[in-house]
Design a protein around this ligand. Structure first.
Ligand code: NAD
Length: 260
């Protein structure tokens, strides 16, 4: 498949997990990629993987903090200077934060998680949408979470930020549909990435693998999701095959969030 031939896509959080898996998938399908991450080493790792899987792919790496509005404007500018347009945007970088009951949840921790997960997504939308509106085309996928549509517990910052991402998605989608732009969100459940490994270590310590087994025992599919399974959905939404899907929040969780 070459659904992304001549298409330019920005991916934040492209140095790990869901962003890296999506970068690989899109590169294999011909995309030109602008990969953004705070972690320079992670970006280099993604570049090596892409050069093995799709040696002719054109990519640029941008080390940036999405929680900084100027840095967000810069990654958009660099993408435009290099490639001249933005067809797709996977607005994905995020952190979980330290788990705690609401009464014990750190005030600084709450700010930190909201700055990355909510404000970072807003800045990305703000600067990318200006370009896409002028172009008259584009598609955006924001990464929310099951924690953005359900209560999970011990995650005040994460839950508030991801519910906020769903709100931003719906608000911008109704504003920009008229310009030929689609904006959707994904709500992944537990997908095995470094973030989820970190989360399980917060719950189970050294026995995190056991905690993982218990965690997925209530999932209808009795397993974790794979980053590639998320990449497939994101690719579809950004590919030009989903042109009338707008303002949707798509669960990728094996059905768990509908279980009573
Ligand atoms: P991950 O930790 O593997 O990858 C996240 C990437 O984002 C990392 O490379 C990290 O360096 C980068 N990042 C973090 N803060 C940043 C910042 N301020 N600026 C730029 N880059 C930054 O995690 P993942 O599982 O791939 O998570 C990706 C997204 O998916 C996150 O928004 C997360 O909340 C969401 N999510 C993940 C799961 C899951 O089960 N893995 C479930 C629901 C939602």
């Amino acid at each position: 498949m070459d659904r992304f031939k001549d298409k330019v896509v920005i991916i934040t959080g492209g140095g790990s997990g869901l962003g890296q898996a999506t970068a690989l998938q899109l590169a294999k399908e011909g995309a030109k990629l602008s990969l953004v991450d705070l972690n320079e080493k992670g970006l280099e790792e993604t570049k090596v993987k892409i050069s093995e899987a799709a040696p002719t792919a054109e990519i640029i790496l941008i080390t940036a903090n999405v929680a900084d509005p100027q840095a967000s404007q810069n990654y958009v500018n660099k993408t435009m200077e290099t490639f001249g347009k933005i067809d797709g945007f996977f607005n994905n970088a995020g952190i979980e934060g330290k788990q705690d009951l609401t009464e014990d949840f750190g005030v600084d921790e709450f700010d930190k998680v909201l700055n990355v997960n909510l404000k970072g997504v807003f800045y990305g939308l703000k600067y990318v949408l200006k370009v896409m509106k002028e172009q008259g085309f584009g598609s955006i996928v924001n990464t929310a979470s099951v924690g953005g549509i359900r209560g999970v517990g011990n995650q005040s910052g994460y839950a508030a930020s991801k519910h906020g991402v769903v709100g931003l998605t719906r608000n911008s989608a109704i504003e920009y549909g008229q310009y030929g732009i689609t904006i959707n969100a994904i709500a992944p459940g537990a997908i095995m990435t470094p973030m989820v490994e970190g989360s399980l270590k917060q719950i189970g310590g050294e026995n995190w693998e056991e905690a993982g087994k218990e965690f997925v025992s209530v999932n209808p599919m009795k397993r974790f999701g794979k980053p590639e399974e998320v990449a497939n959905v994101v690719s579809f939404l950004l590919s030009g095959e989903a042109t009338f899907v707008n303002a949707a929040v798509i669960n990728i969780d094996g059905g768990q969030s509908y279980k009573y």
